[in-house]
Write a protein that binds this ligand. Structure first.
Ligand code: GMT
Length: 379
């Protein structure tokens, strides 16, 4: 291992998506390890807000410029410009870009201007499978992946997809996501649980950004089947374009009174920590960070066998995997878990064990620090 860079810039999406969560949690831990971390973005990443202490990362707002001639803002140019300033002013040696578009492209642009600061790009999923694969972004995404000094992907599935979609044969290091197992922990507080469910009801939860890829209608379909067999409630956490369809379907299936749309909020662990089952029927999921957060809270997961999910959820051990769209199989799996306390406890414990071992920050963060060191020293 070479020399770890002292000063690191991070580019990431600020919203409630998994890539921004991973970027922020990693940046916080890298700062705690004694590095100077500079987040550069159009808004404060949502899990960075409210951080205090001498070692907290810096945040630099990307300057926006609106001019009547421009019918659209130029976020990549603005981010590259602000990043250039930060690299020059603070002597940043390495930029970690989370998500290929526009962050890796902006980081490479700033590198070309400054002739400094190596670029590590982490691919998270939709930047390859959805956005990057769009003809409108295909060349710029491929360029960003090929020219970054080092590229990581959050699953073996995503690394393979990247090679396939873009035809690149460069090294892509797989570094799985991690979870803060101290924060995402089971909380057996009947008072908190009573806010959402009666004692005899099972609490089923789904967390996502309600994009089409999340198949939130499948969540409602599975829940309706489960709720016809056992007393249960569904908590839908997050927000996005498919929320109205899911709400309408809950009405059609007669489960509106037992389905609660809670919107977005940062401390999802407060709900995961009291839940009995997590549903993730996504059509594609490079990793499934939300499932890992549930596992850390000892919540068994029922998911579609899609993308990188099998690298996180072990079928029959930490939950059950079913074929994509097979809501009957997912409902059967959910009922099997909810009706068998021993199975449910064993799966919850196995999920917690995975969070504390394979996906623990103590194991994953050093992999990134090592990648940073190899990137700045060129080994
Ligand atoms: O799932 C989303 O739509 C958000 C997206 C993102 O980029 O923020 O999540 C992706 O990155 C997460 C963190 O690495 C992964 O856990 C998610 O599986 C991945 N989403 C998809 O592949 C759909």
């Amino acid at each position: 291992m070479g020399r770890t860079p002292e000063k690191i810039a991070v580019l990431c999406h600020a919203g409630a998506g998994g890539s921004g969560v991973v970027a922020t949690e990693l940046g916080l831990l890298v700062a705690q390890a004694g590095h100077e971390v500079h987040f550069v973005g159009t808004a404060v990443p949502f899990r960075l807000a409210g951080q205090r202490g001498a070692n907290r990362p810096f945040y630099h707002q990307v300057s926006a410029f609106a001019y009547a001639l421009f019918d659209q803002p130029f976020p990549e140019l603005a981010a590259a410009n602000t990043l250039t300033e930060i690299i020059l002013e603070h002597g940043v040696e390495l930029t970690h870009a989370h998500y290929a578009i526009p962050h890796a492209t902006a980081a490479l642009h700033a590198q070309a201007i400054t002739r400094r600061s190596r670029v590590v790009t982490t691919l998270h999923g939709t930047d390859v499978t959805l956005v990057g694969a769009e003809p409108a972004f295909r060349h710029t995404t491929r360029h960003a992946i090929e020219r970054s000094d080092h590229v990581t992907a959050v699953s073996h599935f995503l690394a393979g997809q990247t090679r396939e979609v873009f035809g690149v044969d460069r090294e892509i290091e797989v570094i799985h996501n991690f979870v803060d197992a101290e924060r995402f922990v089971r909380v057996e507080d009947p008072g908190v649980r009573a806010r959402f469910a009666h004692p005899e009801e099972a609490l089923i939860v789904h967390v996502s950004n309600f994009r089409p890829v999340k198949r939130v209608e499948d969540v409602v379909q599975v829940f309706a089947r489960v709720a016809s067999e056992v007393p249960a409630r569904l908590l839908m956490i997050g927000d996005g374009p498919e929320r109205p369809r899911a709400f309408e379907l809950a009405g059609q299936l007669g489960v509106t009174s037992r389905t609660h749309f809670l919107g977005s909020f940062p401390d999802v662990q407060s709900v995961l920590g009291i839940s009995d089952l997590f549903l993730l029927p996504s059509s594609n999921e490079s990793f499934g960070l939300a499932a890992l957060e549930a596992m850390s809270c000892e919540v068994p997961v029922v998911a579609a066998r899609a993308g990188g999910v099998p690298e996180v959820v072990e079928d029959g051990v930490t939950g059950f995997l079913a074929a994509l769209g097979d809501v009957d199989a997912m409902a059967d799996a959910a009922l099997r878990i909810l009706r068998d306390q021993d199975l449910s406890r064993a799966m919850g414990a196995a999920g917690r064990h995975a969070a504390l071992t394979r996906f623990h920050p103590g194991r994953i963060v050093p992999l990134y620090l090592d990648a940073y060191a190899r990137t700045v020293t060129g080994v």
